[in-house]
Design a protein around this ligand. Structure first.
Ligand SMILES: *Cc1c(COP(=O)(O)O)cnc(C)c1O
Length: 489
């Protein structure tokens, strides 16, 4: 047994030691971030490191300096790459440094934000108010921060379902007993997380109707109306139209105002997936493109993508106050409200989503927005759009490159081409080019397949990229293509 004035040894025995290591970590990480450009974007994890990272449960402890050294040797040199100035893969953000401090501070105060009266809860409310302002969302709307847009889709579709079952208590009865077969509509370009949400809610993946797109990868509104009509005639219950403010493949923005009209005409919930693209709302030039987004019933967007915050932080906004609580509040005695004190606070984020324990992720948004001001984010986003347009112009100008998809946002898909090449040869060579860029750590676009064409896909959510990085990318694509094309014959 411990002497009564001693705690278990999980706090530092010596706070001076803790302080000294912290200072060293901050020094090292500042150097690391300042030197990102000099390192490869990515490198494979060597076998000895893999072995070390597969080691067993530590039975006894080690000095934290030793553990930190191990981190420096095994984890730090082998990141995913998205912090590097030449990473443009998938839809990842780059992570702004001040937010890393906020994550540290959030762990120190270690608040859980399910409910309760404390400053952390108020920070999340404040951040939500700011995000509503950015998205030109009505003040009266409601929201919650989540881990990612995938979680957000589930929350929003659950709210939609609850709002559209009226008298029937679907939470109590389940969809089967309520006798309601819902259908949900989104384009073939809709992110797979929407279908996952449809599956999880018991609506059934086959009741997610994949509506065809036009030549610019935007939902075909006529086909959408026809699909809704067909389902009604078949006795199904259309629930929700999903619009994309930036598809993950090509950055296409659906005609959101037209989708809104369809939803209003048909009395359906209108949900917008703005995972990265919603932040273009910060730019006056792009607001017409996003018209209708801020009139949706629900919207999701990721602050860890085009607001450059470290993972994970995402936001759900809902138009109808109380809609989230209708879908998620619970009456458990052990979390019921008291008349005063810490448990008396009228707001519970746990009643707006699935999680009860919730980390203080609002703090990094609060810190970043206060430090940089919203204007710096707007400028950086505009910079990313301009860089993407620049890259598109380089591809357009080269007779060895073909722009396969372009967008008003931050995604361009292109490929290396030469006269007389077959589809197969082009696909093989472009896979080879991408692989060389990635494996050699030169640059990290990702890929997709558009109309059977394997394309190099650049999605620019990176606050560190410069125009020169795109010149470099094009040079590397051309030289790899020139090499590989010879071998492709
Ligand atoms: C990234 C993305 C998602 C999924 O979001 P997560 O934050 O990864 O859960 C959904 N839709 C689009 C368009 C995306 O780009």
């Amino acid at each position: 047994m411990l002497p009564h004035d001693q705690t278990a040894p999980l706090d530092p025995a010596d706070w001076e030691e803790f302080r000294a290591l912290g200072k060293r970590i901050v020094d090292d990480m500042a150097d690391y971030m300042a030197g990102l450009r000099d390192r490869p974007v990515w490198q494979p994890v060597p076998q000895d490191v893999r072995d070390s990272l597969a080691g067993g449960l530590p039975e006894s402890g080690a000095p934290m300096e030793d553990v930190y050294e191990e981190f420096r040797a095994t984890v730090l040199p082998y990141p995913r790459g998205n912090i590097h100035p030449r990473f443009w893969g998938w839809a990842n953000g780059s992570g702004i440094p001040v937010a890393a401090y906020a994550d540290f501070l959030a762990s120190v105060v270690n608040c859980t934000l399910g409910s309760g009266e404390n400053a952390a809860m108020m920070v999340e409310q404040q951040v939500l108010a700011w995000l509503k302002q950015i998205m030109r969302w009505p003040d009266t709307g409601s929201g919650v921060l989540t881990s990612g847009a995938s979680m957000g889709q589930i929350i929003c579709l659950a709210a939609a379902r609850q709002a559209h079952t009226g008298e029937t208590d679907i939470r109590e009865q389940g969809a089967l007993l309520a006798g309601t077969q819902f259908t949900v509509y989104g384009s073939t370009e809709t992110h797979h997380s929407v279908e996952k949400a449809v599956e999880l809610l018991g609506i059934g993946g086959r009741h997610f109707r994949q509506i065809p797109v036009d030549g610019d990868y935007r939902t075909d509104v006529t086909a959408l109306r026809a699909a809704i009509r067909r389902d009604r005639e078949a006795g199904l219950r259309p629930l929700c139209v999903v619009g994309n403010a930036g598809t993950v493949n090509t950055g296409a923005v659906d005609p959101l105002d037209e989708l809104l009209s369809v939803a209003r005409d048909e009395d359906l919930w209108f949900h917008v997936d703005g995972a990265f693209g919603a932040f273009a709302q910060l730019l006056g030039t792009h607001r017409p493109l996003l018209a209708g987004m801020n009139e949706a019933d629900s919207l999701v967007f990721d602050l860890h993508k085009w607001l450059y915050l470290p993972f994970d932080i995402s936001c759900v906004l809902v138009r109808q106050p109380g809609a989230l609580e209708d879908a998620f509040s619970s009456g458990a005695d052990y979390i019921s409200r008291t008349s005063q004190g810490p448990a008396s606070y009228p707001l519970a984020f746990a009643d707006r989503g699935i999680e009860q324990s919730r980390r203080f992720r609002a703090l990094k948004a609060w810190f970043a927005l206060k430090t940089h001001g919203v204007g710096a984010f707007a400028d950086t986003i505009k910079g990313n759009i301009d860089q993407t347009a620049y890259l598109t112009s380089l591809a357009d100008a080269s007779d060895r490159l073909e722009t396969v998809s372009r967008s008003d946002l931050n995604i361009v898909c292109f490929r290396y081409v030469w006269p007389g090449a077959t589809l197969d040869e082009l696909n093989r060579v472009n896979q080879g080019i991408l692989s060389r860029l990635q494996v050699e750590g030169l640059a990290m676009p990702s890929h997709t397949v558009l109309d059977r064409k394997f394309v190099i896909r650049v999605a620019n959510n990176n606050h560190r990229s410069t125009e020169a990085d795109f010149d470099f990318l094009v040079e590397q694509v051309l030289s790899a293509g020139d090499d590989l094309r010879v071998a492709a014959r």
